[in-house]
Design a binder for this molecule. Structure first.
Ligand SMILES: Nc1nc2c(c(=O)[nH]1)N[C@@H](CN(C=O)c1ccc(C(=O)N[C@@H](CCC(=O)O)C(=O)O)cc1)CN2
Ligand SMILES: NCC(=O)N[C@@H]1O[C@H](COP(=O)([O-])[O-])[C@@H](O)[C@H]1O
Length: 189
């Protein structure tokens, strides 16, 4: 079975990247990870990717125009032979030109039930609103932030006494299950 070549973009801890790497260890998994890339050379997830033998690329975006930085990113993705891109805690808005080059082949995981709570700080916003339910979403990436077609969602209850930490942990556990499933479906279409 020819596996789809997947590159993963991270900015920090990388637990979603690790969950995808674990899924890719299954011989039946339809994707293989060819590169982990980061806009932060100090991102904690990079060391774990290296430990797992996944080639990494890290380059700070600081001081570069967004489109110029994204052009470097694109060149590395092409050099890696990537066919699909997964954003996993990647905290930079990608430029329209870059997004157009990966249309239909780039996905993101977002910690809310989109279209609700686009952007940042989703857990605190859900708690402040007093919502009874929360969750996460995998969507195709478009130029518009958190606006692309939804591929999958997972729901969790908001429990009495929840704070940002307890709610984020409950959502993150669902993210790790949902992302690999949605990616396997996408690359198998
Ligand atoms: N063109 C797109 N780029 C990105 C998308 C998208 O849907 N379209 N999703 C995001 C991921 N994300 C939420 O899921 C997100 C990432 C970053 C930001 C943001 O405001 N970033 C600021 C800088 C913040 C920082 O450096 O800490 C910025 O880029 O100026 C909001 C939401 C990934 N990219
Ligand atoms: N707006 C993007 C965003 O907020 N993404 C969120 O950042 C976390 C990254 O964790 P990780 O680095 O452990 O995968 C995840 O919860 C992901 O949904």
């Amino acid at each position: 079975m020819t596996k789809a070549k997947l590159a993963i973009l991270i900015s920090g801890r990388g637990s979603n990247m690790i969950a995808l790497a674990e899924a890719a260890r299954d011989p039946a998994c339809p994707f293989e990870i060819v590169r982990v890339l980061s806009n932060d050379p100090a991102a904690a997830g990079l060391a774990e990717a290296e430990r797992r033998g996944i080639p990494i690329w890290a380059h700070s975006h600081k001081g570069l125009k967004r489109a110029d930085y994204d052009a470097l990113l694109d060149a590395e993705l092409r050099a890696a032979g990537a066919e699909y891109v997964a954003l996993a805690g990647y905290m930079r808005l990608l430029s329209p030109g870059f997004v157009a080059g990966w249309a239909g082949r780039m996905v993101n995981i977002h910690p809310s039930l989109l279209p609700a709570y686009k952007g940042l700080d989703t857990h605190n916003r859900v708690l402040a609103a007093g919502d009874a339910e929360h969750g996460c979403t995998v969507h195709l990436v478009t130029a518009e932030l958190d606006d692309g077609p939804i591929l999958g969602q997972a729901r969790v209850p908001v429990l009495p006494g929840d704070d940002e930490e307890s709610l984020a942990a409950r959502v993150l556990a669902e993210e790790h299950r949902l992302y690999a499933r949605c990616l396997a479906d996408l690359v198998s279409r």
